[in-house]
Design a protein around this ligand. Sequence first.
Ligand SMILES: [Zn+2]
Length: 322
Amino acid sequence: MNEYVKIAMATRNKVSRVTLEQQKQILKLYNDVIKELSHKAAESGDKSLTQRWTLDYINQLKAVKKDLRREINKQIRESIKQGAKIGTETEQLIFKEIFRMANIDPGEHFTEMFSQVQDKVVKDIISGNLYKDNKTLSIRIWSYGEDFEKDIQYTVNQAIIEKKSASELANDLEKFVREPAKRGTDWGLCYPSLKNKKVDYNAMRLARTSINHAYQNSSIQSSNMNPFVEGIKWHSAMVHGRTCELCIERATEDKYGLGPGIFPKNDVPLDHANGLCTMIPYISRSLIEVADELRDWIDGSNNSRLDEWYNEYGDYFAYKKI
Ligand SMILES: [Zn+2]
């Protein structure tokens, strides 16, 4: 494993931790809102459910749905920011190593160019700019709130048909947040439409996918600012039966003649939903060779590539080329 791969994989692990943490939070969120609804039902005790009873309950449900939406929105936005920030760290670390070896102090200002990348990536995802359907993050989440409301309404209606009491409904609601296999057979019999439905599936998937896109896009865009990066290597875990055909193809084919799995840095495809691939900056030379080139250029040798790079990004660096 070369130096760049090591850095990129460490950054990838950080994103996985953020994703895992986010998944726990979303599960907790659904748990909390269902608990709230379940408690509300339990208050009516052994009374059997009536259509009249549901009128008041639906108001409660609508309020809960709003809270759910707002919280999911807040949490996913926060995780997208973290994903984008971590995505820039790969190039920041590679740059720092190159500067260190070339004996150059780029100054603190240089991290600013990465925070700009980060902000843009976050904005593109939240505004839907990154996607063909242009759907904003809020619109995507909006439909999850509608789904949730519909599912709970369905549960209440079925409970009425089955002549259940309010406290029985309360118990059933608490089962809905569990894994389908752990709800007991009665649950599936009473609520067949929700038998295999995971209450948080879509929110979980959106979170995973958005964090991943934030991370991947900000690493790719940061790599575009590194003049030594020749392409982006699409790295897949290659787990038999788990890595999909598309990702295996992307990771192994030499589509551009740059090497297996290497894409031009301005033409890297977007990963699919639930994707887990790593974007590794591809630099064919070692850190020392790259640092030498930079040092030589600073010391006055001709280098049109670095001149061009300096014209574009030089403002972010403290040192001045004379
Ligand atoms: Zn895949």
